[in-house]
Design a protein around this ligand. Structure first.
Ligand SMILES: Cc1cc2nc3c(=O)[nH]c(=O)nc-3n(C[C@H](O)[C@H](O)[C@H](O)COP(=O)(O)OP(=O)(O)OC[C@H]3O[C@@H](n4cnc5c(N)ncnc54)[C@H](O)[C@@H]3O)c2cc1C
Length: 396
């Protein structure tokens, strides 16, 4: 790595998956970082996240491969799309184009714990809710509701869908509600002992779809039921849902779903929002990352994976920057990432239409689902590092 004099010091606002991974990647590239999280403790709700090779390769690069192998549940052959009644549609290809299988179901709390515990002591500051931002030619300053102030040469807004810092970069925009909610939760595998612990399984029906995959080395099964909703609710992880309503939504589907749902005692409800792609992510020393930059629907399972790609791209580019060139480097990061994530944001919307079977001829849907394997292979094969290195080289 080229040593750069007067390296930029980085402030990250938001200690979710995006902010914590970015901190790991920046530290791996020799930069000084502080993370400020509003919550009184780091944590996540009881739900799963599906990690795909395009981000797992970066977790491996920062030394977290063994932790992902240990806490994740590797998903492999046997993964399948079904019609609502259980008739198979197509296998789910979970490998990348080279055949490398690095696709893991993870409990969100496990991933946050892995990312946080890899950071040196003193990097993460909890109980800091960002409430203001200012910058001049030399430095950027973040203020917090508790009266604290943090200064850096770069500020990364990783503060999620409802980002406080986005207003300092982009014109106001409204989240787009997509007319459905997801019921989510995890079940102990022992309660559904014959459920496969190495498969991603999805059932598709009119206006609804149902997904399961294993997490925590197969000890838990994550489920998500997507159903229509006519009422907007603020996007939230913690809104409780009614298990009986969830069971009624999928009554008459494949009996395997009924069997799994009969074990559910508590569930979360989460409304599906995204935003139109932003025209800009960066102003001076401030840039956006993860859901703050590009909230997307979950229908490609890419929100967390793309936030990890963002963090790796940013760290690779900032590693070559000094305090003076930091702003230029942030623009290079934005140029590299904006087009790819816009493609994924659009792709997630399109896939949602397939998943909710908005087709008069289900044969057409099934053919598209089968053919979609090619898109996923390209998505998973992508490695942001060589492109970020090339972008950084043009700046020096
Ligand atoms: C139901 C569901 C299923 C999903 N499934 C997948 C999947 O399978 N695969 C996948 O890749 N992605 C998935 N995602 C998306 C993924 O969870 C998100 O895209 C990802 O967590 C983005 O991380 P983030 O760090 O940008 O934002 P967040 O996880 O929202 O983190 C933002 C952090 O910033 C903090 N914060 C907010 N405001 C402030 C403030 N003012 N000051 C300080 N801190 C602040 C918050 O407390 C939070 O900790 C799913 C999302 C949902 C909701």
């Amino acid at each position: 790595m080229t040593m750069v004099q007067s390296r930029p010091e980085v402030v990250i606002v938001g200690g979710g998956i995006g902010g914590l991974f970015a901190a790991n990647a920046l530290i791996a590239h020799g930069l000084r970082v502080a993370v400020y999280e509003q919550a009184p403790a780091l944590g996540e709700v009881g739900a799963g996240v599906f990690m795909t090779p395009n981000s797992v390769r970066h977790l491996e690069r920062v030394g977290l491969g063994p932790a992902v192998e240990k806490w994740g549940a590797k998903v492999g052959a046997g993964s399948c799309y079904f019609r609502h009644d259980g008739a198979p549609i197509a296998p789910v290809q979970v490998t990348d184009s080279s055949g490398w299988n690095a696709t893991f179901g993870m409990h969100r709390a496990d991933l946050v714990e892995i990312l946080a515990s890899a950071l040196p002591a003193g990097v993460v500051h909890i109980g800091h809710r960002c409430s203001g931002f200012e910058q001049n030619g030399d430095v950027a300053r973040v203020s917090f509701a508790n009266g604290a102030v943090a200064e850096g040469h770069v500020v990364i807004a990783a503060d999620g869908m409802h980002s406080e810092l986005r207003q300092f970069v982009a014109p106001p925009s409204r989240p787009v509600f997509h007319g459905s909610v997801a019921y989510r939760g995890v079940l102990a595998h022992e309660r559904i002992a014959d459920w496969p612990t190495d498969c991603w399984l999805m059932w598709l029906g009119q206006g609804k779809h149902f997904l399961t995959f294993p997490v925590r080395a197969g000890q838990l099964i994550n489920y998500v039921g997507f159903v229509p909703a006519d009422q907007e609710m603020k996007e939230s992880w913690s809104a409780p849902g009614d298990p009986d309503v969830l069971r009624r939504e999928f009554a008459g589907w494949d009996p395997r779903i009924g069997r799994l749902l009969s074990q559910v005692q508590a569930t979360f409800r989460w409304a599906l929002y995204d935003r139109e792609p932003l025209s800009t992510w960066t102003r001076g020393r401030l840039t956006l990352l993860g859901d703050a930059a590009h909230p997307m629907l979950p229908h490609l399972g890419q929100g967390a994976n793309q936030s990890i790609e963002d963090g790796m791209a940013l760290a690779t580019i900032l590693a070559r920057a000094d305090r003076k060139t930091a702003s230029k480097s942030l623009l290079a990061y934005e140029r590299l990432r904006r087009e790819r994530v816009a493609l994924v944001q659009r792709g997630a919307r399109e896939n949602g239409l397939r998943y909710d079977s908005v087709y008069s001829d289900l044969g057409v849907r099934d053919a598209e689902i089968t053919a979609h394997a090619n898109f996923r292979k390209q998505l998973y094969a992508y490695d942001v590092v060589p492109e970020a290195q090339a972008a950084a080289a043009t700046l020096t």
